[in-house]
Design a protein around this ligand. Structure first.
Ligand code: ADP
Length: 269
């Protein structure tokens, strides 16, 4: 249809019968002017705004104390403890409000910085099944998630007796078993050895969910995230192509970051 044609004479906008322009694609994650102050008065987020499209993999970088973990905890409503007022975070278009928390937690899988914070059951199977149990346990999904992370056969092992890398993969299996649309990862490679890092990166690459990855491991961010956000002082100070941001020496210096080794010999031509 020629969009320059005038509407038919009997069409008075708005009307359900007239063709409407297509809606813009839904963002998987949308954060609008998010502020947060801890109960002791410390202001950790001062008006954070950004959106992440479906299937995007976005890095979240910034110095210690920038507010990265605080931001991630808002994405499935762990913070604040009681949500009040106008919602600032939307997941798949659904506002993060008290009554939407069960739906939000199903959609957003959060991998904590410290695997030990996420593992508390006597066996690997029980730990991975803990999340899906909230939504009606699907044993097949638990086993499939363990197979995805390369831990088939670990079901009866104690999570406390696993290596750091294996613990992290158990946590990831627990998140994947809930089939999240959005994966939020806080320092996923911290305390992993080089092989553990390589395996985790390969694993994350295979997972089609929308991802937001907070990390000081800038090589991981370059390899996995075409786009990054730089957070500092509770504010997004830059949002753009990861390689452009990390090649901006002044920006890196100003926000306590460093151009990673992997980019030292990279030229944009
Ligand atoms: P990052 O993850 O970027 O290192 P955080 O989100 O952990 O940053 O911290 C942001 C700010 O909030 C820092 O100033 C930190 O000291 C403060 N903060 C973090 N957790 C708490 C807490 N539980 N109580 C009070 N202040 C906190």
């Amino acid at each position: 249809m020629n969009s320059h044609l005038p509407p038919p004479a009997n069409c008075h906008l708005p009307t359900v019968n007239c063709p409407q322009p297509p809606l813009p694609p839904q963002h998987s994650l949308s954060v609008n002017n998010l502020h947060y102050r801890y109960p002791d008065g410390r202001e950790a987020l001062r008006g954070v705004s950004f959106a992440v499209g479906e299937g995007e993999c976005v890095g979240l970088i910034g110095p210690n104390g920038a507010g990265k973990s605080t931001l991630l905890l808002h994405l499935n409503g762990i913070l604040p403890e009681r949500i009040s007022g106008e919602p600032s975070v939307y997941v798949g278009g659904i506002p993060v409000t008290e009554e939407n928390l069960p739906a939000i937690r199903r959609q957003v899988g959060l991998l904590f910085q410290d695997a030990d914070d996420q593992l508390f059951c006597p066996t690997v199977f029980e730990d991975v099944a803990f999340g899906p149990q909230q939504f009606g346990l699907d044993e097949a999904k638990v086993r499939a998630a363990l197979a995805t992370v390369g831990l088939a056969g670990y079901e009866e092992r104690s999570p406390q007796h696993l290596s750091r890398g294996e613990k992290r993969r158990v946590c990831l299996a627990g998140v994947l078993a809930c089939d999240p649309q959005v994966l939020v990862l806080d320092e996923p490679t911290s305390d992993l050895d080089p092989r553990g890092k390589r395996e985790l990166k390969a694993l994350l690459r295979q997972i089609p969910a929308t991802k937001l990855i907070a990390s000081h491991d800038l090589e991981l961010v370059v390899e996995l995230c075409p786009r990054s956000l730089v957070l500092d002082g509770g504010v997004v100070v830059a949002d753009g192509a990861t390689r452009d941001l990390l090649n901006d020496a002044a920006l890196m210096l100003q926000h306590g970051l460093e151009r990673p080794h992997i980019l030292q010999h990279w030229h944009p031509h």
